[in-house]
Design a protein around this ligand. Structure first.
Ligand SMILES: [Zn+2]
Length: 96
């Protein structure tokens, strides 16, 4: 039955193509995961360079090809996370 009650505290995570700007939401941060199956490095990710380029409304999915990994991969999955922020590393970085 449709009762109009669809509240879910996590429905905004990884849903509806999150944008760069949403990574600034308090309690959320951006995580990048290398797309190379033999690598799968994962790192907290600072979107500041993209914000500086005025890309606040750009869907994260449109930027996944602009991330580089130290393994040489040119693709990383980007997602918002509400987990405690892990130590930042330089394994994954913004290429442009
Ligand atoms: Zn990698």
């Amino acid at each position: 039955m449709a009762d109009g009650s669809n509240f879910s505290p996590t429905s905004h995570l990884g849903f509806d193509a999150p944008t760069v700007g949403e990574a600034l939401t308090p309690g959320l941060h951006l995580m990048a995961t290398c797309a190379a199956p033999e690598c799968e490095r994962r790192s907290a990710f600072d979107p500041a360079p993209w914000i500086g380029q005025g890309l606040l409304t750009m869907p994260l999915s449109a930027l996944q090809g602009r991330v580089r990994c130290v393994c040489g991969s040119r693709w990383a999955h980007l997602a918002l996370s509400a987990e405690p922020t892990p130590a930042a590393s330089s394994d994954l970085f913004i290429f442009r």
